[in-house]
Design a protein around this ligand. Structure first.
Ligand code: FES
Length: 223
């Protein structure tokens, strides 16, 4: 069973430009695959209908494998896992180097809220591999999907913007590690899902690395 992921290079603008920029955004298609046998035979037999909810539930919780071999530096993929958007961003060295400089303006720079990421992503980059950032794109305020705005340039909402994620709903800001700025409506960093690298070019969302611990607390969508 397959599903689609979209790739984009960031919204890159403020509130007023948001809709227009979405229209201009270049979408490419990448392939993902839902792992696991799901809903084998929705047979036209009455009693089978009672199996449908569990089959759907299984599909909703199934791991998703995404091919990142064609994901350029500076762009990200969007896919769906458990009904939630998940971003996989390919961060540049410059973007990674900027992250520690943002600590003073962040609410939880060291990811002390351990429920927001698995132990294996509890580090300065909040990721297994520094260059690849995997995050559940659900704002911790009221659940909007933040825009990917990686460019370092002044924005209407922040003249000193160093790149990150901007939630257009109530203007919460996050850096490119999903760490929320101080004094934002959003109370916590963006949650990191369980995931692991199946190979150098393949990421499985929804399954921890072998032997690894999941988030200590209740991460949204965590297994
Ligand atoms: S939902 Fe993101 S700031 Fe309110």
């Amino acid at each position: 069973m397959g599903s689609d992921a979209v790739m984009n290079g960031g919204a890159g603008g403020g509130d007023d430009e948001h809709v227009e920029q979405l229209g201009r955004r270049r979408f490419l298609t990448a392939t993902t695959a839902v792992v696991g046998a799901v809903g084998v035979g929705f047979l036209a037999v009455p009693f089978i209908k009672s199996w449908e909810p569990s089959a759907r539930a299984k599909l909703a919780g199934a791991p998703v494998t995404v091919d990142i071999s064609a994901l350029p530096v500076g762009q990200q993929l969007t896919l769906k896992w458990r009904g939630q958007p998940v971003y996989v961003a390919h961060r540049s060295k410059q973007e990674l180097d900027l992250l520690p400089t943002l600590d003073p303006i962040l609410a939880d720079p060291n990811s002390d809220n351990t429920g927001q990421q698995p132990e294996y992503a509890h580090n300065v980059y909040r990721s297994i591999k520094p260059e690849y950032f995997v995050v559940i794109a659900v704002c911790t305020h009221l659940g909007c999907a933040p825009d990917f705005m990686p460019e370092v340039k002044p924005q209407p909402f922040d003249p000193d913007w160093k790149g990150g994620y901007f939630c257009p709903c109530h203007k919460s800001r996050y850096d490119l590690a999903g760490r929320v700025f101080k004094s934002m409506p959003a109370p916590a960093n963006l949650p990191i899902p369980p995931y692991h690298f199946e190979s150098d070019t393949s990421v499985v969302i929804g399954v921890d690395p072998a032997g690894a611990k999941s988030a200590a607390g209740k991460t949204a969508g965590a297994a």
